[in-house]
Each structure stands twice: as C-alpha cells, then as structure tokens.
Write a protein that binds this ligand. Structure first.
Ligand code: UDX
Length: 469
C-alpha cells in the first residue's frame, strides 16, 4: 500500500485517484475549488463517468479515499504526488496553458517536507518535466528536501475511463531518474500491463503523438467519407473493409462530425504549435484540424441543400455531449451546429440523456442565444414540429428510437445522421429523407452542372418535400 496524493479532481485526477484507492492504496485528492471538494465529500461527483460514483463511495467508505482543499493535508506523508490539473489551450496560438501545472508545482514546493516522487499526468508540452522540476526546486520552502519528477501520460477515454485505467494497453513512464520511474512502475504492476520506461521528453511526446495519430485516423476517414459520398461508395463498409487489415485496424475509423472533447482538439493544436515554434511545418496536423472543422459544416450544407433557407425552420438536435457516455461539452460538434443554425434564423429543439445542464452552460458561454434553443425531455419532444433532425452524438438510446413515431411528429421528414447510426434504406422506408456522412448510395452520379439540386436530392424527394410544406 502506498500513500498517494492527486492534485486536481477533473476526469483524470478523480479517475486516477479512485482507481489507485481501489487497488488498496491510501489516496488523498486535492482540489482548490471548495465547492467541488464539499460535494465530493457528500458523494456528489463533478462529472458523469459510468461506474465512478460507486467506486468513489466504496473507497471513501473503506477509508482509502479522501478529499481536501488543503495541500498540506494532501501532501502529508505522500510518497507519490500526481499532478492532474488542466492544460487547456492558452491564448498563444494553440499552445497549452501551463498556468495550473506551474501553480501546482509551486504549491508542492511550499508544502513538501519529505522525499516524494512528483508525477505529471497532465498533458504538457514536451520539456515541461524540466519546468516542473525547476519550479519546485526554485520555490522549495525546505531546500534540503529531495524529490524526483516522472512523466506518466494518461490515455483515458471519457465514458470508458475506469476500464481504460484498469486494463491499459500500456503504461508510459518518463524520467531522468530510473529509480523513481521503477517506484512508479511498481504502483502499476498489479494491472499487468506493458510498462515502457523512457526519458521524460519521449514520454511527453508519446502522449501527443498518440492523440494526434488517432485524430489523423478520424480526419482521414472523414476525408474518405467525402470522396465516398461523391463517388457513390459507403464509408462504413469502406472502414469495415480497411479495418480487417491488421496493419490498419478498425478503431477510430468512424466517419461523422469529427473529433471533439477535452483532448484531441487541444493536443493536436498544441503539437502543431510546438512544431511551428521549432521552425517546422506540420502540414499533416494542420490538414487534420482543417478537415475536422469542415466536417461540422457538412451538416449545415446538407440542411440547406434540402430545406433551402433555414430561417424560420425548427431544427431538432439529438445529443449535446461531444460523444456518448459523457456529459462533457468541451469542443462538442453540437455547439457549432447550434451556433450556425441559430445564426441563420432557425430555432433549435435539443435533447441529451445526460448533458442538458452542461450543455446549457456551454451554449450560453459560447454566446448562443438561448431564446432560440428549447431543451426537451425526450427525443420525441425534439422531433415534434421539427423540419429536420440532426443526430450529433451517438448515444445508444438514439439507435433504437421508434422512427415511425419520430417521423409522424415531424413537420418535414429530414434526418441528418451525423454519426452514421442508421441505414439509408431503412430510413427511406420510414419516409425520411436521410443523409448520413459518406454514405453514397449506388454508382457515381454523372456530374451535373453546379446548382442542379437534383444531384443531391432526387426530384421525387424534392417534390414530396414541396408538397409537405
Ligand atoms: C481521447 C483519447 O482516446 C484518450 O486516449 C486521451 O487520453 C483523451 O482523449 P476522449 O476524448 O475521451 O479520449 O474520446 P475518444 O473516445 O477518443 O473520442 C474523441 C473524439 O473523436 C470524439 O468526439 C469522438 O466522437 C470522435 N471519434 C472517435 C470519431 O469521430 N470517430 C472515431 O472513429 C472515434
């Protein structure tokens, strides 16, 4: 059993602390936000993560998991101090904002009165391990105290964070102090995962390169989706066919509205920024970001191609969170979609199984006029009177809707499936005008002159739309 302190109770900190406690360690989680700690002490979690609440409760009850706002209390006897504070995109062209990491390092320096290993879990620019060492060293209240710094990037997916922690594909540890790295490795031994020990710069880079590669896979398949759509191929089957090749793999080849969330957007931006700063031209990373941005606009193009002007239309949006099984709204595609359709004069009806509150806050923060947005209780409420439905998050409950009921509730039967959860043939049978992402239906059309909408929408469908107005 080890004494562990975790600084920051966001997704990463809370999951890391709770999982280490569940492995039998004595863990204290520290956060400077008093309200957050007060709620955690009552068993109220600041985030939605399946299984986490029960695990927190179990470990608090067993006396292994503690919450405090006091660094002094958190660091007392701690052998391992994990820094898991946010590193959002800063004001400087995509660079990660290191403010919180540096503050955490300064606080450690003030309180540390015994040898401890400081482990950086926050995603930090390559070279930040040195910054953390320097900040602690320069601010140590008791200069005789020794410490080591280890980089230990996290690879947790929201919604799957507990199982990702408990069954990692690998654990990466970077340090210039091999003994410290070995001590941290021992913490992870019960997980029986491959443990890779590198220098600190390499460990930090592994995190960025991994996320950038996964983001690249997504943008790649989204580009293929656009080509599929034009040429009449079906990107879902293309991904399936590619994925069987072990060198490629099926994961992260789901075409859709692109990536969002707390990591991919900021990490790709930060890596591109680091490369730019180093005098390089990270062309691929810039293309990945451009494709991701354009992908969201596709929804608007598809809507206007079918509905014409959006002014006065009611657009139903199914899903607010950036992906299923989370209430996280960070960089969610739904924000851009709602911003753009309301800017064009449409009103929005929206429903998300868990992200209504976080969604409301995020939309307001983004300056979206909430008078144009109605938050509904069910998907069927969203469909009521809508001119089009947009599926923006692949929640399971959206996959098994009674589509006859949905269709009957709508003013016009337009379904834009931003996550490719339905099949065109089936939706057409229900009477929907269905558009997925990259789901060409049949052989390549002959190229028609620009402006000829029949290339996008069959004439019969256009007519039935006109009639239903
Ligand atoms: C990611 C990484 O997976 C994790 O290792 C890292 O440490 C944190 O960032 P997360 O942000 O929770 O995790 O979500 P993830 O499941 O990776 O999805 C990221 C985004 O990509 C989501 O918006 C998702 O909808 C999108 N995505 C994912 C696709 O568009 N297509 C895919 O095939 C996969």
């Amino acid at each position: 059993m080890s004494n562990i302190c975790v600084l920051g109770t966001g997704y990463v900190g809370l999951v890391t602390g709770t999982c280490f406690a569940d492995m039998g360690n004595n863990v204290t989680c520290v956060d400077i936000i008093e309200e957050k700690i007060a709620k955690l002490k009552q068993g109220i979690l600041p985030i939605y993560e399946p299984g986490l609440e029960e695990m927190v409760e179990r470990n608090v009850h067993a006396g292994r998991l503690h919450f405090t706002t006091s660094y002094e209390e958190g660091l007392d006897n701690a052998e391992f101090i994990f820094i898991a504070v946010p590193t959002p995109t800063g004001a400087n062209q995509g660079a990660a904002d290191m403010r919180y990491v540096e503050t955490a390092a300064r606080m450690i320096a003030q309180e540390l009165d015994h040898y401890a290993i400081v482990i950086n879990k926050s995603t930090v620019p390559v070279g930040s391990g040195d910054v953390v060492s320097r900040v602690i060293r320069n601010n140590l209240k008791r200069p005789e105290v020794n410490f080591a710094v280890v980089s230990n990037p996290e690879f947790l997916r929201e919604g799957e964070a507990l199982s990702d922690f408990q069954h990692p594909d690998r654990v990466v540890l970077g340090s210039s102090d091999p003994e410290a790295a070995q001590s941290v490795a021992r913490l992870y031994l019960p997980l029986r995962a491959p443990i890779l020990v590198t220098d600190i710069y390499t460990a930090e880079m592994i995190k960025y390169a991994s996320n950038a590669f996964l983001a690249t896979k997504i943008s790649f398949i989204n580009e293929i989706a656009q080509i599929c759509e034009r040429l009449g191929a079906d990107v879902k089957e293309v991904a399936e066919g590619m994925g069987h090749d072990k060198r490629i793999g099926r994961a992260f080849l789901d075409a859709g509205l692109g990536y969002g969330g707390s990591c991919f957007p900021k990490d790709v931006r930060a890596l591109a920024h680091m490369a730019d700063e180093a005098g390089l031209h990270p062309q691929m990373l810039h293309a990945v970001m451009d494709i991701n941005h354009d992908q969201r606009r596709l929804v608007i193009n598809k809507l206007t191609n079918i509905l014409g002007t959006l002014r006065g239309c009611v657009i139903g949006v199914l899903g607010l969170a950036f992906k299923a099984n989370t209430d996280d709204m960070r960089e969610s595609a739904s924000i851009d979609i709602i911003r753009w359709v309301t800017a064009q004069g449409a009103t929005v009806r929206v429903y998300d199984p868990v992200a209504t509150e976080t969604g409301r806050v995020a939309l307001e923060r983004e300056g979206i006029n909430l008078d144009m947005v109605e938050f509904c209780q069910t998907s069927y409420d969203v469909a009521t009177g809508a001119d089009a439905l947009v599926i923006s998050t692949a929640w399971n409950e959206f996959k098994s809707l009674n589509m006859l009921q949905v269709r009957a509730a709508m003013r016009r039967p337009v379904l834009i499936d931003g996550r490719n959860i339905y099949e065109a043939t089936e939706m057409n049978r229900y009477g929907f005008i269905y558009r997925g992402i990259g789901r060409g239906t049949g052989p390549a059309p002959t190229i028609l002159p620009p402006g000829d909408t029949t290339s996008i929408l069959g004439e019969a469908q256009l007519l039935s739309l006109e009639e239903s107005k």
